[in-house]
Design a protein around this ligand. Structure first.
Ligand code: ZN
Length: 241
């Protein structure tokens, strides 16, 4: 059984379509979305339609909450705030209600899924490095926790000798170690690789594989411009920053 783990689509329809096609081609039997379907990009309703059709589990992200009446936008930078306001105006009432109904975390088999952090999902903390990751392991009991939020794919492995960072490549989980895995971002990668990112989880082997997918970046940029969203939200897609 292969499960595709998606996060941070950010209303980028072109990236989402490319990732779903790649997941289908690789035989994914299940698709989970770890939050932030909307915010920044110009296709929130189109992305929600696909996510609602295709994903078995969908979690709440901070941008989903901000766009559907939550308090998060008060802490956003000006570009993110402008995008959240635009998204709020653009969402259909049904999609706004759907976002409001989403959970902060979910457990499936021996894995925990959450958008930001296992310690305090609603505080939207960022886990960038092994120092951020290490204290998080005491807040869950599962073998691995899958997250998004930073838009930077990463693996943090905890063993008896401590917590280390591992680059996002193919990895077979060690049965005696525990993991926090950031699945990266579909629609706005920030690791200087502009290709869309997702993770394929192979079970029961317990193996993860990071997949990068080229997509039509210019088409996504043109929609952001046409929607009169902040231009930096378009330009950053080309550099993955
Ligand atoms: Zn995000």
């Amino acid at each position: 059984m292969k499960t595709a783990l998606l996060s941070d689509v950010h209303a980028n329809l072109e990236a989402l379509e490319a990732v779903l096609k790649a997941a289908d081609e690789r035989g994914a039997g299940r698709i989970l979305c770890l939050g932030d379907v909307v915010g920044y990009g110009a296709s929130p309703n189109e992305c929600l339609k696909l996510i609602r059709e295709r994903c078995q589990v969908v979690l709440l992200g901070n941008h989903d909450s901000a766009a559907s009446g939550g308090p998060e936008a008060a802490r956003f930078n000006p570009n993110a705030k402008a995008a959240a306001l635009w998204t709020t105006r653009t969402l259909t009432p049904d999609n706004r209600d759907y976002l409001r109904s989403l959970s902060l975390s979910d457990k499936v088999d021996s894995y925990l899924y959450v958008h930001a952090s296992p310690a305090a999902p609603r505080d939207w903390e960022y886990i960038f490095d092994r120092f951020d990751a290490e204290p998080q392991f005491q807040f869950f009991t599962e073998h691995a926790c899958f997250i998004g939020h930073t838009h930077q794919p990463a693996i943090f492995e905890r063993s008896s000798s401590g917590c280390i960072y591992l680059p996002p490549t193919r990895l077979l989980f060690h049965s005696a170690h525990r993991y926090i895995v950031n699945v990266g971002s579909v629609g706005q990668p920030r690791d200087r690789d502009p290709r869309a990112c997702f993770v394929l989880l192979h079970e029961p082997a317990g193996e993860i594989e990071f997949v990068r997918v080229p997509y039509d970046i210019e088409a996504a940029q043109e929609k952001i411009q046409a929607a009169r969203l902040p231009l930096v939200l378009a330009s950053r897609l080309a550099t993955g920053e």
